[in-house]
Ligand binder design. Structure first.
Ligand code: PLP
Length: 397
């Protein structure tokens, strides 16, 4: 028998393992040193009270014969999909409940959606990038073209007429760079996709962090996007669901390729390979979209965004080039004095006891850059920035 040899083309995902190894080695050498992590990509605040209470009620329901629920709908319960549809209405976007598919987090669907597309499609992926897009396409043996992010384009690459792609990944607000596309830039992508009969896979996992109301928080705020884009959303960072697991994917009815309606294909795929998200979790997710839930998540997001402000104020003062931090929990900075990503990681860890994430771990264009996150606790962020301040850094781009 033959295995999928494409797996041999995957690079080892050693980034976070190597980070932990280095931190562990320092802890063993200097046990008293307080090490602060600004590298974490996970939330630290607990779930909103409204969500916890909704899930507790749902647990009780499951213990009584008259309210017990077994298998649910593959695409998610209507009560949740109606709430998500209303969430879109508040963004001036018309998305019907049957265009929404509830999932166990964006990561699964970002990978699974590729079932709908032929392996001979060409894929266009920004670099640096959330590694899932690259690895899932390598596993399927697709040809990948990279579009480079850099200081000149603000890590927001735009379409290039002479590049032909069938599947395009966009992530805005971006992980790792924190950069956010504006309406004009996203319109260029939508026009390009329509002209090239391509499909945009729009990762909107951090949409709730957008403060600036003039920036699009859904690709469907752009004219024509329903004919060419699938949007992936997550409650992980929005509502602290990283351990609870719930997100949703929007597949508009207007999206057709190769004579097929993509919404119907996705329903067929999900009903074959997925048995839905637990009732208890979906009740928790429903509570996120209630008035109290939305207020509570706003408070948590404001806490993280204040951390981001403290970090970016320090970088601005030190004249270090960065993107992100204003509409995103990620801050992407240029390593001072021309250092490589890993050299700066070592320098920051050994000199200041601060842990970040080397940009080179997100793709070749990430070399020389570094990711900090705003998900830590306030005292740690303040202390880390005090230590950072002591550096004589010249991170000009
Ligand atoms: N998309 C991006 C850009 C992410 O950074 C992450 C998680 O870090 C995800 C998707 C996955 O989110 P989820 O927890 O919903 O699977």
């Amino acid at each position: 028998m033959n295995t999928n040899t494409n797996y041999q083309n995957l690079k080892d995902s050693y980034l976070f393992a190597r980070v932990s190894e280095k931190v562990k080695a320092l802890k063993e050498k200097e046990a008293d040193k307080k090490i602060i992590s600004l590298g974490i990509g996970d939330v630290t605040l607990p779930l909103p009270k409204t969500v916890v209470s909704a899930m507790q009620t749902a647990v009780s329901e499951m213990g009584h014969a008259n309210t017990f629920r077994g298998y649910g709908d593959y695409e998610g319960y209507d009560f949740l999909r109606q709430e998500i549809s209303s969430y879109y209405t508040a963004k001036n976007v018309d998305i019907a409940a049957n265009e929404i598919f509830v999932n166990d987090g964006a990561k699964s669907d970002l990978g699974n959606i590729l079932d709908l597309f032929s392996a001979d499609n060409t894929v266009l992926i920004p670099d640096p990038v959330y590694p899932v897009y690259v690895d899932t396409n390598i596993m399927a043996g697709r040809k990948i073209i990279y579009m480079d992010g850099n200081c000149e384009n603000g890590f927001l690459p735009l379409p290039c007429e002479n590049i032909k792609a069938d599947i395009i990944y966009l992530c805005s607000p971006n992980n790792p760079t924190g950069a956010v596309y504006n309406n004009e830039q996203l319109s260029l992508w939508v026009d390009y996709a329509i002209k090239n009969d391509a499909v945009i896979l729009f990762d909107s996992a951090y949409e709730a962090f957008i403060n600036d109301k003039s920036l699009p928080s859904s690709i469907y705020q752009i004219k024509g996007a329903k004919e060419c884009a699938i949007e992936f959303c997550s409650l992980s960072k929005t509502a602290g669901f990283t351990g609870v697991r719930c997100g949703y994917t929007v597949v508009p009815h207007e999206l057709r390729r190769g004579g097929q309606q993509i919404n119907e294909m996705w329903y067929r795929r999900q009903s074959t390979k997925f048995n839905g998200v637990p009732y208890i979790i979906q009740r928790g997710a429903e509570a996120v979209f209630s008035d109290e839930g939305l207020l509570e998540i706003k408070e948590n997001i404001s806490y993280y965004m204040e951390n981001a402000r403290i970090i970016t104020d320090t970088l601005t003062k030190l004249d270090i080039w960065f993107t992100g931090g204003d509409n995103s929990p990620y801050i992407w900075l240029k390593c001072p004095n021309g250092m490589s990503s890993w050299d700066f990681f070592d320098y920051l860890l050994l000199q200041a006891g601060i842990v970040g994430t080397p940009g080179s771990g997100f793709g070749k264009s990430g070399e020389g850059f570094f990711r900090l996150t705003a998900f830590g606790n306030r005292e740690d962020v303040i202390l880390a920035m005090r230590r950072f301040n002591d550096f004589d850094s010249q991170g000009n781009c």
